[in-house]
Write a protein that binds this ligand. Sequence first.
Ligand SMILES: [Zn+2]
Ligand SMILES: [Zn+2]
Length: 332
Amino acid sequence: MTGYRNSLLYPFISWIIWPGVFCAGLTGAYFAFNSGDHLLWFNVVYFSVVAVIALFERLMPYEESWLATDGETFNDVAHSLLNKGGVQIAAAIGASFPIAVAIFAQPAFVSPVHLWPDHWALFFQVVLGLIIAEFGLYMAHRLAHEHLSLWRFHALHHSVQRLWVINTGRFHFMDSLIKIALSQIPLYLVGAPLPVFLWIGAVTAFIGLLTHCNIDVRTGPLDWIFSTPRLHRWHHSRVLAEGNTNYGENLVLWDQILGTYYSPPRPSSTEIGITGQVASTFLGQLVQPFSARGYRQIIGRKPKEQEQHPAPAPAAEALQPRIMASAQTQPD
Ligand SMILES: [Zn+2]
Ligand SMILES: [Zn+2]
């Protein structure tokens, strides 16, 4: 597989994959949103993009060792279905979870004041919506890294030993609910229309898939605008100063404004993971954050009973994995 790397076409394909897959996904979404069944056709497009990314992961991986199974594939898929597909499976209509929430919730909200610029072209309305939603996504993500009470849910996403397209949806459902609330409620309050929610959902879906892909993509100046695989791999680093950066989900605007943007001129880390311990089964992972014992496992502390006669004190970073971000996240 690595023989491809010497091909003349390899650099060209590396450059074209990210914008190509993103634009193809959005084009598919355009047709889906103009069809009689938005949700069904959006799902067809979504899973087609998953298949294309999975193929390129085999052909030109960023990290060859991440192709090997880690025993977490079932859990990754199960969390993805719960987060992104639970609603439509229950309703037998299909779609991503945020889109489904928007379809039902958006018409129910009536904004007290009409602030939304309906007269703008839809493209600019979507860009405005993305910037507003991104602030909620950024805050939810940053708080999840800086507060143990929220890290207990977000740790599941960071507990993987490899990044690939299938762990895109590996989030605890509480983590997802907080993100959806903080990103969508401000848009409801300013009266954003349904098409804006649909397009934000589409952009988030495709950027999310690309962000976690194990493809040797080159993104260059795109790193200044979007959350790209290169930036997001730094975010998954085991090193606190690297991991508590790049919180943006779609855009990196708020990272740049609020000082958490991190893009050093070297290949991003493949040393990913957390210090704590996440349960091995799907159900175990769902309930673990809600018990005191599970919480201590997640944050890397010993069970309480073993602390009665403490042995040598654990290292400070083992006690507070990935926390104390503000003191340690200054990009170098
Ligand atoms: Zn994170
Ligand atoms: Zn991630």
